[in-house]
Design a binder for this molecule. Structure first.
Ligand SMILES: Cc1cc2nc3c(=O)[nH]c(=O)nc-3n(C[C@H](O)[C@H](O)[C@H](O)COP(=O)(O)OP(=O)(O)OC[C@H]3O[C@@H](n4cnc5c(N)ncnc54)[C@H](O)[C@@H]3O)c2cc1C
Length: 308
């Protein structure tokens, strides 16, 4: 039984690292397995200005400190791995990695995060963080006094467009249909906002610039006419992809592929918890991921006390 961890955490973003800090500090033998870069989405963020108690810093800096804190309490972290098989329903849970290694634990915290749905058009990757953004709360302030495009026509696109007018000079919403798929109050809010314009029945076709984004091309779908528009920034809100592909058929997900949890971050499998951007939730921030990770860790500790 020596090789069996108390807690195995899948994902080393804000949620997973926080869970690791709590469980290892509680003297639970903890292993974090992470498929990508340690820190997850935080390391994509040049500047984090809304993490309480920390003045403006980089996502990389926050991630580095979280990792150091977790390790200082004895948490083991293995990164850049790929998990091939999950056995989460057994009392002792286990995973097999592609490189042949296997790990076992009495409890698991699933924290694979996710990613905003991209447009998949030319220039999008090149200008990510240089004018193309997916998070108004995170990046809106950087565009104070600037002209922006918001892509999307659902509730989040309209709500975020209104939020962006706090900073922006002008916001143009580009939407593929001739109507918005949003609640009436959200539509009324954008309608009455003097800083917001609309380009309907249209889709973005490309991003252009040099060091920073300078313009976008837009196709008017009924006519096929393509026009160009000078712009300082574009915010894309066309949905979110939770990183739960591996857990389909294993853990209960909702129709948006988010992991269903209760208030204690328990999934439908005893001893398996979930935290962060992968769960059913509306607001995806470092603060909310950290909160989920804390709850999942404390719930896992409670579960282990009762089964031991
Ligand atoms: C560009 C950008 C800017 C942002 N700016 C801010 C900001 O300023 N302020 C703010 O509060 N929030 C910001 N956010 C949101 C914030 O970063 C996220 O909400 C938060 O970091 C999510 O943390 P997480 O741990 O749930 O997931 P993630 O950060 O996505 O981490 C999950 C980790 O798990 C790994 N993984 C995936 N699948 C598996 C698996 N099966 N097994 C093991 N590992 C796996 C991933 O590779 C990743 O490393 C921003 C997001 C983006 C994209």
């Amino acid at each position: 039984m020596e090789n069996i961890y108390d807690v195995m955490i899948l994902g080393a973003g804000a949620a997973g690292l926080t869970a690791g800090i709590y469980t290892s500090r509680a003297k639970l033998r903890t292993l974090i397995l992470n498929e990508g870069v340690i820190g997850g989405q935080m390391v994509l963020t040049n500047e984090i200005a809304n993490y309480p108690g920390v003045e403006t810093t980089s996502g990389y800096a926050v991630a580095t400190i979280m990792k150091k804190q977790a390790k200082s309490f004895g948490c083991e972290i293995k990164s850049n791995i790929k998990i091939q098989t999950y056995r989460l329903h057994d009392e002792i849970k286990s995973v097999d990695l592609e490189d042949g290694r296997s790990f076992q634990a009495r409890s698991v915290i699933v924290a694979p995060g996710g990613r905003p749905r991209p447009l998949n058009i030319p220039g999008e990757d090149e200008f990510k963080g240089k004018g193309v953004s997916y998070c108004a709360t995170c990046d809106g302030e950087f565009f104070t006094g600037k002209d922006l495009v918001v892509v999307g026509g659902g509730n989040s696109a309209l709500e975020e467009a209104v939020a962006l007018t706090t900073y922006a000079n002008k916001v143009t919403i580009v939407h593929q249909f001739d109507h918005f798929q949003a609640f009436r109050h959200a539509i009324e809010e954008v309608d009455k906002n003097p800083k917001i314009d609309f380009i309907m029945e249209s889709e973005l076709r490309g991003f252009f610039g040099d060091e920073k984004l300078k313009k976008v091309s837009i196709e008017h779908l009924p006519t096929g006419k393509i026009s160009e528009m000078g712009i300082d920034g574009t915010f894309v809100f066309i949905g979110y992809i939770p990183g739960t592909e591996d857990f389909k058929g294993l853990i209960a997900l909702n129709e948006r592929k988010e992991i269903i949890v209760d208030a204690d971050m328990k999934t439908d499998i005893p001893g398996v918890f979930a935290a962060g951007d992968c769960i059913v939730k509306r607001y995806r921030q470092v603060t909310t991921a950290v909160a989920d990770g804390t709850i999942a860790a404390l719930s896992a500790a409670d579960y282990l006390r009762n089964v031991k």
